[in-house]
Design a protein around this ligand. Structure first.
Ligand SMILES: C[S@@+](CC[C@H](N)C(=O)[O-])C[C@H]1O[C@@H](n2cnc3c(N)ncnc32)[C@H](O)[C@@H]1O
Length: 257
């Protein structure tokens, strides 16, 4: 794979919201993994594993003929999902893309052996992806979509870089609709989560932002409708832990340029 530009804390395409979010994640980067494990008691690891299970379309290359499948892990943060993708698809070349140099630096330190050869961490804004059209077999995004300034514009970018027949998989805390998930978010995310997040990272603001961003995000149904509107075909929706989190799978229709 070609090597990306060196990481810096400047990304030309960011708006004010993006710059704030970028600064926030860079600030919590060192404690981010610890906070995730403490807050979810390890459930996030199981969710990631579940989400990566069907990321590549079945016909995507095996690597034996030299045509390695290409996966973009968008909003990859500290590369936990990227590494999970590598474990599931060791034959794939994976780009872990994120606009926070701090998050990516923590992730890069975790890459060893074959993972270091197959995974490239690349700084990028999800609203202006660097790859050419149709350059990925799959795009994956875990807990990143909620942070975007313009979800529809970023989705168009994901569609653009996917090859026809390529898959988008999104794992997210969608806005809860059911009684259990609404109660869980209201109780846990507004009380336990900020305290645990603050203890793990020293940044209370970031973990007050998290429940706010969930409340301001779209429901899983509205997200699926947005994907269809932009031109993707939704092929699956899965609710996790009573709808507290969800996975949406979609593909770029074939028969397009
Ligand atoms: C909650 S973290 C998720 C990280 C990782 N996917 C995981 O599951 O642990 C959200 C990530 O999205 C990144 N992010 C937010 N907006 C972005 C954007 N516009 N472009 C690229 N990355 C973005 C943040 O820097 C952060 O690392």
């Amino acid at each position: 794979m070609t090597q990306p530009a060196p990481l810096a804390e400047t990304v030309a395409t960011l708006d004010a919201h993006g710059a704030r979010v970028q600064g926030m994640f860079s600030d919590i980067a060192r404690g981010y993994d610890r906070a995730n494990r403490w807050m979810s008691l390890g459930i996030d690891v199981l969710w990631r594993r579940r989400a990566v299970a069907e990321v590549l379309p079945e016909e995507a290359g095996t690597g034996s003929d030299g045509a390695r499948p290409r996966i973009l892990d968008l909003c990859a943060g500290t590369l936990d999902s990227t590494l999970e993708l590598h474990r599931r698809y060791p034959q794939a070349d994976i780009v872990g893309g994120d606009f926070s140099a701090g998050m990516l630096a923590v992730g890069e330190a975790k890459l060893q052996g074959e993972a270091r050869a197959r995974i490239v961490a690349e700084q990028m804004d999800a609203h202006a992806l660097p790859g050419p059209d149709a350059s990925f077999d799959a795009v994956f995004c875990a807990f990143g979509a909620r942070n975007l300034s313009d979800l529809e514009a970023a989705t168009r970018e994901q569609l653009r870089v996917l090859r026809p027949g390529g898959r988008l998989t999104v794992l997210e805390f969608f806005r809860p609709r059911g009684l259990f998930s609404r109660t869980f978010h209201a109780c846990y995310n507004r009380t336990v989560l900020p305290v645990v997040g603050w203890a793990a990272t020293g940044n209370l603001g970031a973990y007050l932002y998290l429940p706010r961003s969930i409340g301001a995000f779209v429901s899983i149904e509205d997200y699926a409708a947005l994907l269809e509107r932009v031109g993707l075909r939704v092929i699956g929706q899965e609710r996790l832990f009573g709808g507290v989190a969800g996975i949406v799978r979609a593909e770029r229709p074939r028969g397009e340029a």
